[in-house]
Design a protein around this ligand. Sequence first.
Ligand code: MD3
Ligand code: FE
Length: 218
Amino acid sequence: MITTDLFSAVPDPSRQDEPLCDGAVVLRGFALANEPPLLQAIDTIAAQAPFRHLITPGGFRMSVGMTNAGPLGWVSDRRGYRYDPIDPDSGMPWPPMPEAFLELAGAAAARAGFARFVPDACLINRYAPGTRLTLHQDRDEHDFEQPIVSVSLGIPAVFLFGGMRRTDRPMRVPLAHGDVVVWGGPARLRYHGVLPLKPNHHSALGECRINLTFRRAG
Ligand code: MD3
Ligand code: FE
């Protein structure tokens, strides 16, 4: 077989790709090689666009702290959910998408079979122990053919991966520091969430989990 694929050309026997279902695959430890530039980039972004607790359209304060990088940022307020090129807290564009983010997201998507994924939005979610994300669908993007890439950093979490209906019993997927998940195709509109985080400590991030969610939103 002739292969030009960067990853199959350099086999890494320590790497394990875990398909969750048609369209979703966990790449265990995929982000570990890029850890220092990723953490540095998150600090730079948070200095320009600090984490904040958005208000849902129903008036509830989200327990997850959020910020964004890239041309578009996901925001929520009493008017609804949307992607906005401007950070409503500063009136400025969101911090630029770091090159290390683009490379990681593109490489993970390619490994999962989605060539040329160029995200225009990176939502950065910050979880403290006790923080959760209730079951929801991601449907504020224009093109559901585009995958979503998520990167877990810091203390571990249990991810809930449900079906096409909110009432479908979700599977529980433990996600640890450095794990990357690519969600596309038939998995793209499945319900998902995160169980309340257990108290824990991570050597680089302290009592905190950070999730990077890369999307092509516009
Ligand atoms: C499965 N964030 O920001 S990322 C979100 O860990 C979000 O912070 C979670 O869900 C977190 O919207 C999970 C994983 C994820 C993202 C999008 C998905 C899983 C998905 C879209 C479809 C199916
Ligand atoms: Fe989501």
